[in-house]
Design a protein around this ligand. Sequence first.
Ligand code: ZN
Length: 195
Amino acid sequence: MPQCPEEKKRKFTSREQAMLAAGESGRPDLNSYLCVCGWWHLTKKNSVGRASEQLVQTLRAASEKEFASLVLAELEGKATPDEAAALRSDDLLWRWKQALSTLLVESQQQLNATLDRDDSFTREWRKRRQRWVQQAAARRKEMSLLLRSLQIRRAEERRAGKDARVTPRNRAIDRLINAHQDEFDRLLKEEEGAE
Ligand SMILES: [Zn+2]
């Protein structure tokens, strides 16, 4: 695990634990965030907060095309804070990841298809695509941390004796992580090796 850049901050194992502590110490205005060290900390800064449940449900029901256009808007910094938070919610994290992968593959194909063109329009267009690719790389890092946090939370729920498997939603999340365990492990290794 990378070293913590905020070693004096209290460490929490989950967002819920962090927010509980904030409430107990009379600071419900604090936000929580997942640090590169793998723990949750509290901060006064506005961070990506909790998404509204209604938006999460709307996005779950959105078509592939609608969802992809939101993913793209977020990549370009044009999504609302609520939309950005919704993409990072447990329920949409995986869909976001898949949509981003598809977008990247398509962008790369389109970039390859224009290699022999060098007019100003194509150059501009290519620049924009390349920015997406850079932004997408940053999102992938963030996703691997979010997925790791999700896995830690699931493991803790099980340790705490709560039956994390009772809801269809939790069963689906577990299946996703299990189905992509190799990719998850690879991303985690990359992140740990990158520090
Ligand atoms: Zn930290």
